[in-house]
Design a binder for this molecule. Structure first.
Ligand code: ZN
Length: 248
């Protein structure tokens, strides 16, 4: 089944047309969407729009907007039974170049990893221009139930995560990314998931992205791996259910 493991349905781009977008996704075959609320207020919104039928919440922070992250930790603790995952959390070395700020990101990332382990909840990891470093930390801390979202690093680093059972979710922007195609070629289907990361990471730059576009991710995985589309949808769907501990 088609499961969008990571999107942002609370984004301003979707304001006023959320019901329509969810309906549209369901009509396109999407069975579940995991919407990620980033920061305290957006986290509350993600909880409030979740119907636990089609839309499920995860809560995290942007790695480059960490002010007030303690409140987010408290929210996760309070709502740990209602959220499906922590995330996204992680490192962003593309936005953040300053060494001290990077060290701060790392410290807070480790707090979230600890929290995910404590709660035995999956972790959705952002690692822009920092894939190798994020994986090193996760492996060192023996994190499991890890979803590396829109991983932009080298496949050889990704494979170290694969060995430990980490999953890699593929956005529709694979349509314009040689790096993602290479990643998909090397990472086994059993370790792949579909994500839209909507409203961003559309197949065409500058477009608004939608959850239904995970079908585009699936088509590219099918093409790159030479596997039937149906099989990609079936295996990525059961991968998603397994890592999330979700029964549909
Ligand atoms: Zn995201």
């Amino acid at each position: 089944m088609l499961i969008d493991i990571h999107c942002h349905l609370t984004a301003p781009e979707f304001r006023g047309r959320l019901a329509e977008i969810i309906e549209d996704s369901v009509r396109a075959g999407v069975k579940a969407m995991i919407t990620s609320g980033l920061g305290y207020e957006d986290g509350i919104k993600a909880l409030s729009i979740s119907d636990y039928r089609r839309v499920y919440p995860s809560i995290g922070v942007r790695p480059y907007e960490l002010k007030g992250y303690e409140e987010v930790i408290n929210l996760i603790l309070k709502e740990s039974k209602r959220i499906l995952a922590i995330g996204e959390v992680g490192l962003d070395y593309w936005y953040v170049r300053d060494e001290e700020e990077r060290a701060e990101q790392e410290r807070i990332f480790k707090e979230f990893i600890e929290l995910a382990k404590e709660l035995d909840i999956p972790l959705i990891v952002h690692s822009r221009s920092a894939g190798k470093y994020a994986l090193e930390i996760l492996l060192e801390m023996k994190a499991d139930r890890v979803i590396m979202h829109a991983f932009d690093g080298a496949a050889k680093h990704a494979l170290k995560g694969v060995e430990r059972g980490y999953m890699f979710s593929i956005p529709p922007s694979i349509a314009r990314s040689m790096q993602k195609m290479k990643l998909v070629k090397r990472v086994p289907l059993e370790s792949l998931l579909l994500e839209s990361d909507s409203p961003v990471l559309a197949p065409e730059p500058g477009q608004i992205n939608y959850p239904k576009n995970i079908l585009i991710s699936a088509k590219w995985i099918s093409k790159v791996k030479g596997i039937p589309l149906e099989k990609v949808i079936e295996v990525t769907g059961s991968n998603a259910l397994r890592v999330l501990g979700l029964v549909l």
